[in-house]
Ligand binder design. Structure first.
Ligand SMILES: *[C@@H]1O[C@H](CO)[C@@H](O)[C@H](O)[C@H]1NC(C)=O
Ligand SMILES: *[C@@H]1O[C@H](CO)[C@@H](O)[C@H](O)[C@H]1NC(C)=O
Ligand SMILES: *[C@@H]1O[C@H](CO)[C@@H](O)[C@H](O)[C@H]1NC(C)=O
Ligand SMILES: *[C@@H]1O[C@H](CO)[C@@H](O)[C@H](O)[C@H]1NC(C)=O
Length: 241
């Protein structure tokens, strides 16, 4: 994607966020699957492990990523525990109620088709061993690899199909929806850009998707509106709030 397109997209997203305020329904929660432990990252109080999903722990596996600005630094927040995934001063992984700059911030990066989470202060990676315990120092690469799962696959499936041909903001995103594999693997990865998948927005999708009004508005500002319907749809929806 052209750099200026990316910048414009970010500006649109910023507008969207400003207008929506903190609408919880606009946040997409994900689960992070650790390929080494074959479990999802689970935050129960301070304790962080990667374990298989059960009825009991499923809510503790719902995570969201948050960015304070448009840098690539992310906080990983566990909704049920209301805690952030952080390193403490001894570089042990803990769930903290208050986010701390640096220790709780990660860069989400690609390694092959997997995601890795590198602490911004230090080059430590989020990793879990085969038993699901956080890794302190070294381990096999697969123990630092993750796949993002979207638990709301059924709701989002339609949107994924709709957006599938529109390209995405990021490079290959190992973004997997439960049950039904989606063609929209290129979908946006930034949590702000992920804000499209909610029940609320689904109703409006078709209506605005076929409208040319926004394409024309975009066309005035730039000459390559081809990728815009996705972002402009967010913009239109944001207007409703
Ligand atoms: C991880 O979470 C996803 C989404 O909730 C779920 O589909 C998957 O079965 C879970 N995997 C494991 C190993 O618990
Ligand atoms: C970690 O990073 C934050 C923000 O980038 C910085 O303020 C802090 O001093 C750093 N701490 C350490 C121990 O490097
Ligand atoms: C990515 O994976 C390769 C092996 O495929 C490994 O050698 C390398 O250290 C990994 N890089 C990061 C940043 O994890
Ligand atoms: C994983 O780490 C825990 C805690 O450090 C340790 O007790 C356990 O033996 C490790 N499991 C494997 C398979 O390395």
């Amino acid at each position: 994607m052209l750099p200026q397109l990316a910048v414009l997209a970010k500006i649109l997203c910023l507008l969207m966020v400003v207008m929506c305020g903190a609408v919880p329904a606009m946040v997409r929660s994900v689960s992070l699957y650790s390929t080494c432990s074959s479990g999802n990252v689970t935050v129960m109080g301070r304790l962080i492990k990667a374990v298989e999903r059960t009825d009991h722990n499923a809510p503790y596996q719902k995570l969201t990523t948050q960015s304070e600005d448009f840098s690539k630094m992310l906080y990983i927040f566990a909704e049920k525990s209301q805690r952030y995934i952080c390193f403490n001063k001894k570089w042990k992984l803990v769930g903290l109620l208050k986010k701390q700059k640096g220790y709780c911030q990660f860069y989400e990066e690609y390694n092959g088709s997997y995601l890795t989470y590198r602490n911004v202060n230090n080059s430590r990676y989020l990793g879990f061993n085969k038993s699901g315990y956080p890794i302190k120092n070294r381990g096999r690469q697969e123990c630092f690899n993750f796949i993002k799962y979207n638990p709301h696959a059924d709701i989002n499936h339609h949107n994924s199909l709709v957006n599938a041909d529109m390209g995405g903001m990021g490079p290959r995103d190992p973004y997997v929806v439960s049950r039904k594999p989606s063609p929209a693997r290129d979908n946006t990865k930034n949590s702000l850009l992920q804000a499209d998948s909610t029940r609320e927005t689904i109703h409006t999708t078709h209506h605005y998707r076929h409208s040319n009004r926004w394409k024309m508005r975009q066309g005035e500002k730039m000459s390559a509106p081809r990728r815009w319907p996705h972002e402009s749809r967010l913009f239109v929806e944001a207007n409703k709030y």
